[in-house]
Design a protein. Structure first.
Length: 364
């Protein structure tokens, strides 16, 4: 049994993937080849946003997006402590200050009410995360941002393809970022990411920033940027995989529903808010005695993972912020009890039954 079965996925789409990759190899269009633009327009249309700017990773997407806001040292950016390090790392990387606020008890996404309380004269923006593939509460978040003249970045690294009130993830704020890391719902064969925006000026700036701050003259760079392009080979993989993605989202939801049906009453199953469609980047349950449950499942050959065992405010890299245990009790409790089960579109019912039976037997 695999936690995420990329092998089966490759064999299923092998012909298309190999042929797309072969195109790139035979015409040696490795850097910014035509497939880059092809992928960008395809995905821009899919999420319903004017500009898609591909880049080297989800982390670079967040970094490049933040760079367009001319962040100054001492600026404060509000975000969640219950996320992958990259979300807050890019804030610190630009010498701004990550200001963590508590998450909601059921969705594990940032609590809009707590955002309001964290705003100071130094606050410039908010990075909200669509944790485990479910969009945050953007109606509330955008409203607060508008009232306080803040920007909002949607960290949709886990939620590409998800829906919020009929709109697609990656279209819910001024600037949105996703990742194509292999373990994400839509993954490539290495690192990759994308930024989406309707802002023409910011799109032009992003295209420059991802290529060393290039201008119109090849050797006159107009700003400090980075080497943050997406490899054409990764675009080729995504072009082959994308036509199957809607079907995969449906399969993920079917599997999640079956998990929930079988596990309800035994553990805390994921809570999907009204008018949200999750892509289940993770199917994560909240379970008492989590570490022993994990040992039990591993002993039975069932792979699991913990996303995330330590909230960001308690990580060593952020110790300079001076947080202590108890600062964000919900994020801490979730970190202590959360565990992710195998989740991929090819998980069969027989394997699922083994997983849920073992969880139920652990608690009985
Ligand atoms: C994976 C992830 C990232 C970073 O993406 P990479 O492509 O690995 O750099 C950022 N934010 C969240 C919430 C993620 O899950």
């Amino acid at each position: 049994m695999r936690f995420i079965d990329l092998q089966t996925q490759y064999l299923k789409y092998k012909e298309e993937i190999d042929s797309q990759m072969k195109d790139v190899i035979s015409n040696t269009s490795f850097i910014m080849g035509p497939k880059i633009g092809e992928l960008e327009s395809l995905l821009a249309d899919y999420v319903g946003i004017k500009h898609a700017i591909s880049c080297a990773s989800g982390t670079d997407a967040l970094l490049l997006a933040l760079m367009t806001y001319d962040i100054q040292p001492g600026d404060e950016i509000i975000t969640t402590p219950f996320t992958f390090i990259a979300t807050a790392e890019v804030i610190s990387f630009l010498k701004a200050k990550p200001v963590f606020v508590e998450i909601k008890e059921k969705s594990y996404n940032i609590d809009p009410q707590k955002i309001r309380e964290a705003i100071t004269p130094q606050t410039r923006g908010i990075i909200a995360v669509d944790i485990f593939g479910q969009c945050a509460n953007y109606d509330e978040i955008n409203k607060i941002a508008e009232e306080n003249n803040l920007f909002v970045i949607e960290d949709a690294a886990q939620s590409f393809g998800a829906e919020y009130k009929g709109r697609k993830a990656c279209s819910l704020t001024d600037m949105t970022c996703t990742s194509f890391f292999p373990a994400k719902p839509l993954g490539c064969f290495g690192d990759g990411g994308m930024i989406f925006t309707n802002d023409d000026e910011k799109a032009t700036k992003l295209e420059s920033l991802r290529v060393h701050g290039k201008g119109t003259h090849k050797y006159d760079n107009i700003q400090i940027g980075l080497n943050g392009r997406l490899d054409t080979l990764q675009a080729a993989v995504l072009l082959a995989k994308f036509p199957h993605y809607e079907e995969e989202i449906a399969a993920r939801n079917k599997i999640a529903d079956l998990y929930t049906e079988q596990l309800k009453g035994h553990v805390i199953t994921p809570h999907i808010c009204e008018n949200n469609l999750s892509v289940y980047a993770q199917y994560s349950i909240k379970a008492k005695d989590r570490d022993n449950l994990q040992k039990h499942l591993n002993a039975k050959g069932i792979p699991t993972a913990v996303h995330y065992p330590r909230p960001l405010h308690l990580q060593t890299a952020f110790s300079f912020l001076g947080h202590k245990e108890g600062d964000f009790p919900i994020a801490e409790e979730v970190s202590n009890e959360i565990i992710s089960l195998p989740m991929h579109p090819f998980l069969n019912e027989a394997d699922q039954k083994i997983i849920t039976d073992e969880i139920i037997s652990f608690y009985s």
